[in-house]
Design a binder for this molecule. Structure first.
Ligand code: GUN
Ligand code: ZN
Length: 445
């Protein structure tokens, strides 16, 4: 909340919300920073200069144009920690379970991304959807085709987005159209790292689809690349469905468990991100804790594919808490909205006999995911120096929300209603690097 010396290019005024830390760990009083009549001052280069109570706005910023979001909540842009670009249109494809869903739908759809024209057009549609749902950063699975990742990087660069992706490494147990020999996939990954990792706001994730679709040779090469490029993330799936876990055991009979397969090849570290992690044993939780890896909860996908009920308290349990993120997992997931994703996570927690607060949820979708993706120096809060990726949420965006909001008695209650009942209609405005990239008129109730 340091006052910047430079004059702001614009000021956003409304109820501000940002996190200093994890409210579950340090308590909401220490974690939550909010001003009922707050302001965020942005500079022309797209960074946040200052935020705090509007009454305390430094005089240097007083002359800047002010956009007023009365009645709305201004918070850091939402971050999706696991989403599939080449599945951007194949939501709601019903199947018996994950493996059947991959065979019947996902692999066929991803085969289309061999065409650069298809991938380039799809990248724009995909990013439009993220942004219109208030998601300003994401860790993204691409397809096996290097040019598809290239198209996505280019599209994100043009929009000034902070985005992490990589070409998917797969060399077995999938159709030829979506596999590539281990050596060739490693070469392509290395080329993409050289082209894109660290360019503006883009980062590379070595992307192993899951243990089932990689030979030991491919896993070994991925581990070598990760060791050679410690700033890159490792992005994969882990322990999602019962049939998947059985198949991993058959393919890697020497392994203690699923996590052990990735450990064997040097893929479990503090920049590793594992989607799902529903059925993890104590040993696996201990190993993930020791490594400092992130496990990403994908609740709408887990419910839709019938994969299982993520046990958030088991993951968080002392003395070996595992870091947890949250994600849409489109297209196994059924909503681009991180509000809907949090709503489903809440319901799944209730079914497991536990719960979490709206502060916990909004923390996860902002600073929590930023920390998990090693981006917290850049995004995830409204602090001075962070990129001005900002979302404005309207607690009265729909008649249902407006009615519920009449009963809200506190910020936490307002956020809880937004989390349970909100979706893209609640997104009043979105800023990327200080530029307004989406907005919606207030409809009210
Ligand atoms: N495991 C391997 N590939 C996938 C995928 O595309 N979606 C989900 N949900 N799980 C996977
Ligand atoms: Zn996934």
């Amino acid at each position: 909340m340091r006052a910047g010396a430079d004059a702001a290019a614009q000021v956003l005024r409304g109820r501000t919300l940002s996190f200093r830390d994890d409210p579950r760990v340090v308590g909401p009083d220490r974690a939550v920073q909010s001003h009922e009549d707050g302001a965020v001052a942005l500079c022309s280069q797209g960074q946040i200069l200052w935020y705090g109570a509007f009454a305390d706005l430094p005089s240097a910023h007083a002359a800047a144009p002010c956009e007023s979001y009365d009645g709305s909540v201004i918070l850091p842009g939402l971050i999706d920690a696991h989403v599939h670009f080449p599945q951007h249109r194949m939501l709601a494809a019903p199947a018996h379970d994950l493996l059947e869903w991959l065979d019947r739908f996902a692999f066929n759809e991803e085969a289309q991304y061999a065409s650069e024209d298809h991938a380039a057009a799809a990248a724009e549609r995909f990013l439009d959807k993220l942004v219109s749902h208030g998601t300003t950063s994401a860790l993204v699975f691409s397809s096996v085709h290097g040019q598809a990742a290239d198209c996505l990087f280019r599209a994100a660069q043009r929009r000034g987005l902070c985005l992490i992706t990589g070409a998917t490494m797969m060399d077995r147990n999938a159709p030829d159209a979506v596999t590539q020999e281990a050596e060739a996939s490693a070469r392509e990954s290395a080329e993409l790292i050289a082209s894109w990792h660290g360019v503006q706001r883009l980062r590379y994730a070595l992307t192993v689809r899951f243990a089932i679709t990689s030979s030991e040779e491919q896993l070994r090469l991925a581990g070598e690349l990760l060791a050679d490029h410690p700033g890159c993330l490792l992005h994969t799936h882990l322990s999602e469905s019962a049939a998947e876990i059985e198949m991993v055991q058959r393919l890697f009979p020497w392994s203690k468990d699923y996590t052990d397969v990735y450990e064997r090849f040097g893929l479990v570290g503090e920049t590793s991100v594992f989607a799902h992690g529903i059925h993890l044993s104590e040993r696996e939780c201990q190993a993930l804790h020791d490594a400092g890896s992130l496990v990403v909860h994908c609740p709408t996908s887990n419910a839709f594919l019938g994969s299982g009920l993520f046990d958030i308290e088991h993951l968080y349990a002392a003395p070996r808490p595992v870091r947890v993120g949250v994600a849409s997992d489109i297209g196994g997931g059924t909503s681009y909205s991180l509000l809907q994703t949090l709503a489903e996570a809440y319901k799944i927690a209730r079914l497991k006999g536990c719960s979490f607060s709206a502060f916990d949820g909004f923390y996860l979708a902002t600073l929590g995911n930023a920390r998990g993706l090693c981006l917290d120096g850049e995004i995830g809060t409204l602090d001075a120096g962070r990129w001005a990726d900002v979302v404005v949420l309207d607690p009265c965006a729909t008649p249902v929300l407006a009615g519920r909001n009449e009963l809200s008695e506190s910020l936490e209650d307002t956020l809880f209603a937004l989390m349970m009942l909100g979706d893209d209609r609640a997104v009043r405005a979105v800023y990327v690097k200080g530029e307004k990239v989406a907005s919606r008129d207030r409809s009210g109730g």
